[in-house]
Design a protein around this ligand. Structure first.
Ligand SMILES: [Zn+2]
Length: 246
């Protein structure tokens, strides 16, 4: 199954994607992680992207499409993947459709995780990242600690530029103007399932998994219907259906 996780900044897409990736055994493809690595490596693309990201704006479509094309062609993406952070604009959604068509993939779902703005601002402003390993913690979790529980670095917590309140407000503005049309795009194509993002991580994850199970069930129902509709189905049709399931 291919899932595209969708939702505003701070709604917990990344966290959910990581857990889903382990449970469903398919890779979590985060364009933010790929970009941050490029920034850290100081590659030409990284330098360009870093400046744009720190101001809370979106990295241009052509760079994003290139990154995703390269990543989806790797062998571990062939049996499914979870996209996190892409597509963020309608142009990217159209490019992704084209890419999936080239790869003969037509089964995917967009999981829309929703939450209200003030909740998102509160959450992001209370996040701290470790300078050394990049792991993100909530302020409550590291209260009184000066050592990173993930890598052991000392005094390494900081508020990322893109988690500062004014930048968050800009990210939300950008999200609404550029990214919400992506949701409409997929809604028109019947690809969206929505999940309430307010709640603890596990509850939200269970909601997504329940939707995932439903999608799988609907899909087999669709295939069974297709089979029953062709009582004299030839071997060719059976082979075709076998490949679709695979
Ligand atoms: Zn660390």
């Amino acid at each position: 199954m291919r899932l595209i996780l969708f939702g505003g900044p701070g709604v917990g897409k990344g966290t959910q994607a990581k857990i889903l990736s382990e449970k469903l055994n398919i890779p979590h493809i985060s364009t933010d992680d790929i970009l941050r690595q490029a920034v850290k490596d100081k590659s030409e693309m990284g330098k360009k992207a870093g400046e744009i990201m720190n101001s809370g704006n979106l990295v241009p479509d052509d760079i994003m499409v290139c990154i995703i094309k390269e990543r989806l062609s790797k062998p571990d993406s062939q049996n499914g993947f979870i996209l996190d952070g892409f597509p963020r604009t309608e142009i990217q959604a159209v490019a992704l459709d084209k890419l999936l068509e080239e790869m003969n993939i037509n089964q995917f779902a967009v999981v829309n995780i929703y939450a209200d703005d003030e909740e998102l601002i509160k959450r992001l402003n209370c996040r701290r990242a470790c300078k050394e390993c990049g792991k993100i913690f909530s302020l409550e979790k590291i209260d009184g600690l000066d050592k990173c529980q993930n890598c052991g670095a000392e005094n390494s917590f900081y508020l990322r530029d893109d988690d500062k309140e004014d930048v968050i407000r800009n990210r939300l503005k950008v999200f609404k103007s550029s990214t919400l049309p992506v949701l409409n795009y997929y809604q028109e194509r019947g690809k969206v399932v929505s999940v309430n993002g307010i709640g603890n991580i596990e509850d939200v994850n269970n909601l997504i998994l329940a939707e995932h199970r439903k999608l799988k069930k609907d899909h087999s129902f669709f295939l069974i219907t297709a089979l029953n509709a062709c009582p004299s189905s030839s071997l060719m049709i059976r082979i075709f259906i076998f490949f679709t399931i695979a």
